[in-house]
Design a protein. Structure first.
Length: 205
């Protein structure tokens, strides 16, 4: 009997939905349940991916949508090889702030490259690694914009409202297509309520 494989739990949603807050609270709660938990963000988590993140987020660059999708996929491939697979093989639980679904929503739907094309690209990048569960924080795009407030937008956040409306629709479609994996949380609820809901959606794992 080998060691039980760890669990990959991804947290998704538009900027301002509270992904980072939930990841931190969830990590604490899972550690109290005696799980060995590792928190990572995308794009990033390893030096090569952080370098790609700096490139993609820089407002000075005009990044073609296909190039953007490939850069995110490249960063993701490195993260899977360097961090995710070793951690999961060692039985650790990984909480990941954004994963493949972000590209499906942002590049597939938002940039209109097509969800199927972006899914195929990411299946190659990840070697087919799928999350055990995805927590999708749904938030009205206008509210997300208001929550981001006065901080300077990065290159993605500076896009127009129609872009974020397409992303929101993209996320909702992903949840409908795969309800076993993707569990929807109301990002308008209090952080405590969101945490309770998230834990209940993970209970069977």
């Amino acid at each position: 009997m080998g060691m039980a494989r760890g669990r990959l739990i991804t947290i998704e949603g538009i900027d301002g939905a509270g992904k980072t807050t939930l990841a931190a609270a969830l990590a604490d709660a899972l550690r109290e349940q005696r799980h060995d938990v590792f928190v990572l963000r995308e794009p990033g988590g390893v030096p090569l991916a952080e370098a790609v993140r700096a490139l993609v987020m820089d407002p000075a660059h005009h990044v073609d949508p296909r190039a953007e999708a490939l850069l995110y996929a490249a960063a993701r491939a490195q993260l899977v090889a360097e961090q995710l697979e070793p951690a999961l093989a060692a039985g650790r639980w990984v909480l990941l702030d954004r994963f493949v679904d972000s590209s499906l929503a942002y590049q597939g739907a938002g940039r209109e490259l097509g969800v199927a094309a972006v899914a195929a690209l990411n299946a190659f990048a990840t070697g087919g690694l799928r999350p055990d569960r995805t927590l999708l924080l749904l938030l009205d795009p206008a509210t997300g914009r208001a929550r981001r407030g006065e901080r300077a937008p990065d290159r993605l956040e500076a896009a127009d409202d129609a872009f974020f409306t397409r992303i929101d629709a993209g996320y909702r479609a992903l949840a409908q297509a795969d309800p076993e994996r993707v569990r929807v949380l109301d990002a308008m609820a209090s952080p405590d309520a969101v945490l309770v809901a998230a834990l209940s959606e993970l209970a069977d794992l």
